[in-house]
Design a protein around this ligand. Sequence first.
Ligand SMILES: Nc1nc2c(ncn2[C@@H]2O[C@H](COP(=O)(O)OP(=O)(O)OP(=O)(O)O)[C@@H](O)[C@H]2O)c(=O)[nH]1
Ligand SMILES: [Mg+2]
Length: 326
Amino acid sequence: MATDKKTLTGYVGFDSITSQIEKKLLKRGFAFNLMAVGRSGLGKSTLVNTIFASHLVDSKGLLKISENGQPIQTTEIQSISHIIEENGVRLKLTITDTPGYGDQVNNDNCWEPVVKYIKDQYSSYLRKELTPTRDRRITDSRVHAVLFFIAPTGHALTPLDIAVMRRISEVANVIPVIAKSDSLTLEERASFKKRIKDEIEFHGIRTFPYADVFVDTEDDGQPLNDDERAERQLINAVRDVIPFAVVGSERNVVVDGKAVRGRRTRWGVINGIDGFVENEDHCEFVALRNFLTRTHMQDLIDVTAMVHYEGYRTKQLMALKGQSNN
Ligand SMILES: Nc1nc2c(ncn2[C@@H]2O[C@H](COP(=O)(O)OP(=O)(O)OP(=O)(O)O)[C@@H](O)[C@H]2O)c(=O)[nH]1
Ligand SMILES: [Mg+2]
């Protein structure tokens, strides 16, 4: 008996589990799926290409967005994927571009193809999860974040935008962005942002990051501890910036002898789009990319799995159970 006690008081070594988990995850790599949604012509396809651009050596694997100088309208939902590797971490980034809505005479239910696409991914995940001989690793095509493009009108959101945003926010994480924000002055941008935030709140639309998820995760009724307080601060800071004001461009322009990704306008060059020159006054593209990749990628993935997918899964399985009881 005495020997038992000895082993128990000795060093067991399970504290190395964090590095074991880390190693395993790094080897496996992970998938992140992003989608762009909004009215037609707001620069969705251009931004999708801009997000990738600095990772690509040539233009293969980018969406074809113009022909003979004319922009091509997106007519179907299409995805492009890239494996990106940084410091031994592999990420499969997939961006799904969608056709713009709002061009029809009757725009009723124009959100349906997008909502259907998102639900189809849940459904295929569920099917794979339920097969008796399921794969150890199910490929994850669930949409983790939807960039919702808002026209830079400086006025209110349109009823159609509100309807579409509401439908999508019920099935996925929505992150609103102000498109083509080079057409707004800084003052206009600030007041437009506030207006959008107020409207989103007024209409009760839930956008990411949610103020009430993952804060005080223990739910122990105790005051927040330091970690929880820091997380809440980060969420509040991010909620302040949202909606991100973005500018997309597929061309490089030369500023002070350096090629930067930007748009040349009558008033000068808008840069800061792709991190070559990080001028956040011009555009919040870099802030958006940091938010997606550096600070919130894991949260977006977790919330998709635990909230949106879980809700879908429960509904489907309850319906199945109902059928078999009849
Ligand atoms: N001023 C300005 N123009 C932009 C910006 N991004 C894209 N554009 C231009 O807007 C036009 C439409 O861009 P697309 O990327 O095709 O827009 P889209 O939202 O994909 O359009 P659909 O597929 O038809 O819905 C092109 O001429 C782009 O060069 C931007 O940030 N600022
Ligand atoms: Mg397009």
